[in-house]
Design a protein around this ligand. Structure first.
Ligand code: NI
Ligand code: MN
Length: 227
């Protein structure tokens, strides 16, 4: 079976591999664009890129219900265990990788911030580079543009880039990121959730098509793509 990615709106993804379902940054119940609620999703693993509400809001209820293992930086996994009683966690730090049943997960650097919803220190923000049976995926998650993206992810099969601006890269910098990374395919996310981050994703895709070798894919929330 081919690995499938489903966009759950904003920066939230469900990745279905042959044997595992991996959630990334689930923000569902209070997201205006999420196609599902936190009570409806399945998960074996939950990856959390940083401590902000719009990435961690539904991690605790989903982890409790599904008993999924939460993979995040060490500060976030400690907070989940000590404050919320989530025991099945895997704490990492930037640059490290771990081999899990569905593939390899590397925690990559991101230029952003990471304070947790209660004001606790969420460590450093990160992104994820996944090496799966069917290919590689780079989720830089919430970040500014930085040139080391090329070193981290050059030639990746699929890059999932924020284009919302204001809190992350906007369309112009995301286009530069595509030029640096040279992914085979690229999907925009972290836009249109609220008015301040509304963007014309189709116009951005046209720029990617005309200025890079990457194939852009614009999804609607709930849309899916095979890796
Ligand atoms: Ni953020
Ligand atoms: Mn965010």
């Amino acid at each position: 079976m081919t690995t499938q990615l489903t966009w759950l709106g904003h920066g939230s993804w469900s990745i279905q591999t042959q044997d595992s379902t991996v959630l990334l940054d689930p923000f569902l119940d209070e997201s205006p664009t999420a196609p599902v609620k936190s009570g409806d999703v399945v998960a074996d693993y939950i990856l959390v890129s940083h401590g902000h509400f719009d990435h961690i809001a539904d991690v605790v209820p989903i982890a409790r219900r599904t008993e999924a293992t939460v993979v995040a930086n060490f500060e976030i996994t400690q907070w989940l265990t000590n404050k919320h009683g989530i025991e099945k966690t895997l704490g990492m730090n930037l640059g490290g990788k771990t081999h899990l049943p569905f593939g390899t997960v590397k925690l990559t650097v991101a230029w952003h911030s990471s304070q947790l919803p209660d004001g606790a220190d969420g460590g450093n923000p990160g992104g994820f580079f996944l090496t799966l049976d069917d290919g590689t995926i780079y989720f830089p998650c919430d970040t500014a543009l930085f040139s080391d993206m090329r070193m981290i992810a050059k030639g990746v099969d699929l890059a999932v880039l924020p284009i919302g601006d204001l809190f992350t890269m906007g369309p112009d910098d995301a286009l530069e990121a595509v030029k640096l990374i040279e992914p085979k395919r690229v999907i925009p996310n972290h836009y249109d959730t609220w008015p301040p981050i509304e963007q014309d994703a189709e116009a951005w895709a046209d720029l990617v098509r005309s200025q890079t070798t990457a194939e852009p894919i614009v999804l609607q929330p709930g849309g899916r793509v095979a890796l």
